[in-house]
Design a protein around this ligand. Structure first.
Ligand code: IPE
Ligand code: MG
Length: 231
C-alpha cells in the first residue's frame, strides 16, 4: 500500500493525513474483495524497514493501526472475515499485540474472506525466523536434515497453510517488491499501479483483477493456449 505520503504532499498536507486516507481505503478494499471473487487479501501495512522513518510518523502509523483494530474488530467478525497477522509482533506495543491475538482468535472460524495484515513484516526476516524454527526441529530430532523440503519451509513461514499469492499489487508507480513475500512470490503475477494507495478505489481494484484474470499462467510448464488450438 504505497504512496500515502506523496498523496498528502501533493495536496500540501502532512504525510499522516495521507496515511489516514490510506486507512480509510483499506475499509473499501476489504469490503469489495468478496464480491470481486478474492478469497484471500494480504495488506502490507508496515515493513521491518519502516521503523527507520521519523519517530512521529511511526507513532502516527501505530496509532492508526491501533484505531483500525479497535474500530473494526467486531465488524470484521460480523462480516465473517478471518483475520491473521504476518510479521514479528515482538517490537509492537503490548496493547496492540493483545488486540491482534484477540482478533485472530475471535475470527478463526470465519470463512468469507481471509484477511492477512502484514505488520513489522519483512520477507527476509520471515525466512530468518523460519530457519530458526526448522533448526530447532532438527536439533530436537523432530525433523531430519534429508527430509527438509519446500513444504518444510512453507510450513515454517507466517503464511503456513495459506496459498502463495496469485497477484501482488503495488500502488504509486514503484517497480519493486520491497521485501514482500520473498519465498511465496516465486510465481506470483504483478500489477504495478500508477495511483497512490488513497486513490486505489474499488473500481481500480476491479480493473486490476480483470487484467490479472486475462493472463495465462504456466508456472514453468508449457500449457497449450486457446489460440494455438484453433490454428
Ligand atoms: C504508505 O505509503 C506505506 C506505509 C508504510 C504505511 P508511504 O508512506 O510509503 O508513501 P510515500 O511512498 O512516501 O508516498
Ligand atoms: Mg513509500
Amino acid at each position: 500500500m504505497d504512496g500515502n505520503g506523496r498523496w498528502a504532499a501533493k495536496r500540501g498536507m502532512p504525510r499522516l493525513i495521507g496515511h489516514k486516507r490510506g486507512a480509510n481505503r483499506v475499509k473499501d478494499i476489504v469490503k469489495a474483495s468478496p464480491d470481486l471473487g478474492v478469497d484471500t487479501l494480504t495488506l502490507y501495512a508496515f515493513s521491518t524497514e519502516n521503523w527507520k522513518r521519523a519517530a512521529h510518523e511511526v507513532e502516527g502509523l501505530m496509532k492508526l493501526f491501533r484505531g483500525y483494530l479497535q474500530n473494526h474488530l467486531l465488524e470484521l467478525n460480523e462480516k465473517n472475515v478471518r483475520v491473521r497477522f504476518f510479521g514479528d509482533p515482538t517490537p509492537l506495543a503490548a496493547d496492540i499485540r493483545k488486540q491482534m491475538d484477540f482478533l485472530t482468535d475471535l475470527t478463526k472460524d470465519n470463512t468469507l474472506l481471509n484477511l492477512n495484515i502484514a505488520i513489522n513484516y519483512g520477507g527476509r526476516d520471515e525466512l530468518v525466523r523460519a530457519i530458526r524454527t526448522i533448526a530447532r526441529q532438527v536439533s530436537t530430532g523432530e525433523t531430519a536434515i534429508q527430509d527438509i523440503g519446500e513444504d518444510t519451509i512453507s510450513d515454517a513461514l507466517d503464511t503456513r497453510g495459506q496459498c502463495d499469492p496469485d497477484l501482488i499489487i503495488r500502488t504509486a508507480g514503484e517497480l519493486r517488491l520491497s521485501n514482500f513475500m520473498t519465498w511465496q512470490s516465486a510465481y506470483s503475477e504483478f500489477a504495478f499501479i500508477k495511483e497512490s494507495w488513497p486513490d486505489f478505489t474499488p473500481e481500480v481494484y476491479e480493473a486490476t483483477l480483470v487484467n490479472f484474470r486475462s493472463r495465462t499462467r504456466q508456472f514453468g510448464a508449457v500449457v497449450p493456449r486457446a489460440a494455438d488450438a484453433t490454428e
